[in-house]
Design a binder for this molecule. Structure first.
Ligand code: GRF
Length: 186
């Protein structure tokens, strides 16, 4: 059976789109069973609707756990998900929750290291190389086993925005390829 993915997103969903594109092109053998959005009105929902993917927005009455129980995905794919995953879920899906982080972990991860803050810190530290990391999600948020990384140069005149754009382009090819490998071993 083709493995099923639940993709969780809180923002524009460009990584979600990259997953949909990889699936369409045959680079990713998986069914995107659901987009779980953290709130209404985000870009990822527009992309899901355009692709005919069901959207779920968990709330108090219908928790993330309940949504996932219904969908029963083989992997949970965090694609810019800014909420905490409850410990029970991390435990229940151990080794089957993947995240992408816009830096070369173990550096520039952990509390407060998301979005623009990551790239600001990288530039401030004078790094000449940055990149992105796909890892398994464990209780210690950005510290799970690393599954793959891609690097980009940091230019002397980079702003957090220019660096973010360069990293994001790499994320879009890295994430689908690592998901494919995690699912199928190739
Ligand atoms: C990406 O930079 C990803 O590394 C981080 O959140 C961002 C999501 O961007 N976890 P998008 O919503 O996929 O465009």
């Amino acid at each position: 059976m083709t493995p099923r993915l639940a993709v969780l997103a809180s923002g524009s969903g460009s990584n979600f789109q990259a997953i949909l594109d990889a699936r369409r092109d045959g680079r990713l053998e998986a069914v995107v069973a659901v987009l779980v959005a953290s709130k209404p009105g985000i870009g990822a929902i527009v992309r899901a609707e355009a692709a005919g993917i069901p959207v779920e927005i968990p709330d108090q009455a219908d928790s993330l756990a309940a949504v996932l129980k219904r969908v029963a995905p083989d992997r949970i794919i965090l694609a810019g998900w800014l909420r905490r995953i409850p410990s029970e879920l991390v435990e229940a899906y151990a080794g089957r929750i993947l995240n992408i982080h816009p830096a070369l972990l173990p550096k520039y991860g952990g509390a407060g290291m998301y979005g623009r803050h990551v790239h600001e810190a990288v530039i401030l530290a004078g790094e000449t190389i940055s990149g992105c990391t796909v890892h398994e999600v464990t209780e210690a948020y950005d510290e799970g086993p690393i599954l793959g990384q891609a690097t980009v140069p940091v230019h002397p005149d980079d702003t957090p925005e220019t660096l973010a754009a360069r990293v994001l382009a790499e994320e879009h090819s890295l994430y689908p390829s690592i998901i494919q490998r995690h699912l199928h071993g190739r």
